[in-house]
Design a protein around this ligand. Structure first.
Ligand SMILES: Nc1ncnc2c1ncn2[C@@H]1O[C@H](COP(=O)(O)OP(=O)(O)O)[C@@H](O)[C@H]1O
Ligand SMILES: [Mg+2]
Length: 219
């Protein structure tokens, strides 16, 4: 199964979502490979850190691929249970070529207007890809959401996204929590954090819910 975690905006949490989904799947005994298709190399750096310092944890593989990556993805799909693709946060050849072979596209979006404004243009790219790859399922997850309940950006974003029936907006959301950043620098997913704070518990629940919801679309 090929999961593409993409969008037209940098900093929306794509690499963080990729790493945490990878960890959740690896703990479910899935054979996971991340394809880092972004020259910023966030996920390659994280996998390197993980393989150096977290030797006892489930292994996550990683390769870097650029330009037209569709053939590589199909080949990896025949060898691994889960192929997670992490391209750059802009319209790129990597993103477009991956869309032609992916089974599931996950679009992390921050619940802010600047991020949501990228959705109509992204929809055009998705529609083009679906002509070649009609089975592509399109999911979106609100990410880096404010934890302050007074801020109603989340409900505003949900309302805005409901105007795009082609996008399945997940019920699970991922909040803005320091634990996500701390784990990345240690080569961990939040599910592997030893921290027992309330925020860590909530982050773990967010990732479990997110993974379960994604899996329910993957079959
Ligand atoms: N849920 C989150 N909570 C807190 N910080 C986050 C969260 N997701 C991402 N970040 C931070 O936001 C920045 C951008 O995230 P990243 O995953 O690199 O986004 P992208 O791959 O879309 O550019 C990074 O510094 C990352 O650590
Ligand atoms: Mg990234």
């Amino acid at each position: 199964m090929i999961y593409l975690i993409a969008g037209r905006k940098g900093g929306s949490g794509k690499s963080t979502v990729t790493m945490n989904l990878g960890v959740a799947l690896a703990h479910d005994k899935q054979d996971v490979i991340i394809v880092d298709a972004d020259k910023q190399s966030s996920s390659s750096t994280w996998v390197l850190e993980r393989s150096r310092y977290q030797k006892d944890l489930p292994k996550i593989h990683c390769v870097a691929k650029y330009d037209d990556i569709s053939d590589s993805l199909e080949d990896l799909d025949s060898r691994y249970g889960c192929v997670l693709v992490d391209p750059a946060g802009r319209d790129s050849e990597e993103m477009r070529s991956a869309m032609t072979v992916a089974h599931v596209l996950i679009v992390p979006l921050r619940p802010s207007q600047l991020d949501l404004d990228t959705v109509p243009e992204l929809m055009k790219i998705i529609k083009d890809s679906k002509r070649i790859n009609p089975r592509l399922k399109v999911l979106s997850v609100l990410s880096i959401c404010p934890t302050n309940p007074i801020i109603n950006e989340i409900s505003d974003a949900k309302e805005y996204l409901s105007e795009f029936p082609e996008i399945n907006l997940l019920d699970s959301i991922i909040c803005d929590r320091k634990i996500y950043r701390d784990c990345v620098s240690d080569g961990l997913g939040v599910l592997e954090s030893k921290t027992s704070s309330e925020s860590a518990k909530k982050a773990k629940q967010e990732i479990v819910n997110f993974k379960n919801e994604v899996m329910s679309y993957g079959h």
